[in-house]
Design a protein around this ligand. Structure first.
Ligand code: PEP
Ligand code: MN
Length: 344
């Protein structure tokens, strides 16, 4: 940690704080500038008590951490992009994936039509929620176990891998019997108890960024999964809360680029929940791919007007191949960039 003193802090205060730092187990290294003095406190920040308390001292301007809150998820820990598998499909390290499907599993007919349309457009991983985290308790909450049965049938029939959301610890066992990848939704990004329980299921996890999580908090949530023996994590930016109302959320394109730089984990973007409106899904998907995303997650429904949730943002499945045509040139351009960088 670095303790930055306010200009012209008396020597007695610096000495007093140095003494306290030693008592807390750190070695203080005092660096004197023309106006500012700083103390670099050397010691293992993870094992020792935090020095943040010094922020409350009138002579201290700031206390800054040196170490990152996450380690296993960081690029420093692992230089090369992580490649993992969802079902038989490779993800990360130049293996671009489009994950598509309805917001929620509603019926076998709805899922069949969606699967038929997305598979013929080239999709190999399908998404759909059997358990839905809804803002209002009066809204459709998902079909639950009946939805899981439908997902199982769709997997068998269309040979797709399946990603579905876990909203509570009690459902994990049943979901894990069907899903190839467990989704942690934005609302649960910082539900650490759920993250630990999901990690124990032994499946890959797609971790959405919380709508108010900083990138550091999001990567720290990934660290929770990794530290609990779940190395196969996919990060997914899905838009954050801002003052803007033209879109449901604001797709944080910079978070895609920052997460790619800070972490070796595959980074996806979800332009559907970011936009909240179908006409913006294609441009946002293109932007995310150009920023370096390893994949996108898109909501697609055979009959969006009658969808039980997120009706305004779902692409009509019969038109999905047009959407795919719209992103292909960007995927191809970014593949060239990737191949050149890796010397192919
Ligand atoms: C979803 O993927 O359907 C969903 C609920 O997403 P989010 O958690 O990003 O809101
Ligand atoms: Mn949705």
């Amino acid at each position: 940690m670095i303790i930055v003193f306010k200009p012209n802090t008396p020597e007695a205060n610096i000495q007093e704080i140095s003494g306290m730092i030693i008592k807390l187990g750190y070695e203080p290294r005092v660096i004197r500038g023309v106006e500012h003095t700083v103390i670099g406190a050397v010691g293992d920040e993870k094992m020792l008590r935090s020095l943040e308390v010094f922020k409350t001292f009138p002579c201290v301007a700031d206390v800054l951490p040196i170490q990152k809150r996450y380690k296993l998820a960081s690029r420093e820990y692992k230089k090369k992009d992580s490649v993992l598998k969802i079902g038989n499909e490779k993800v990360g390290g130049g293996h671009f994936q489009v994950v598509a499907g309805p917001c929620a599993v509603e019926s076998i007919e709805q899922m069949r039509q969606a699967a038929k349309d997305i598979v013929s457009a080239g999709v190999r991983i399908m998404r759909a929620g059997a358990y839905k985290p809804r803002t209002s308790p009066y809204d459709f909450q998902g079909l639950g176990e009946e939805g899981l049965d439908i997902l199982r049938q769709i997997k068998d029939e269309f040979k797709v891998a399946v990603i579905t959301e876990v909203v509570g610890v009690t459902h994990i066992e049943k979901i894990a019997q069907v899903a190839d990848c467990l989704q942690i939704g934005a609302r649960n990004c910082q539900n650490y108890h759920l993250l630990e329980a999901v990690a124990a299921a032994g499946l890959p996890v797609l971790l959405k960024r919380g709508m108010s999580s900083t990138i550091e908090e999001w990567l720290s949530s990934a660290e929770y999964l990794m530290v609990h023996s779940c190395p196969r994590v996919i990060l997914c930016e899905r838009g954050i809360r801002t003052f803007e109302t033209a879109t449901r959320n604001t797709l944080d394109v910079s978070a895609v680029a920052v997460a790619k730089k800070e972490s070796h984990l595959p980074v996806f973007a979800d332009p559907s929940h970011a936009a909240g409106r179908v006409d913006m899904v294609l441009p946002l998907a293109r932007a995310a791919i150009a920023a370096g995303a390893d994949g996108i997650l898109v909501e697609v429904h055979p009959d969006p007007v009658n969808a039980m949730s997120d009706a305004a943002q779902q692409i009509t499945s019969s038109a999905f191949s047009e959407f795919m045509d719209g992103i292909k040139p960007i995927i191809a351009a970014m593949k060239d960039v990737h191949d050149k960088k890796s010397g192919k």
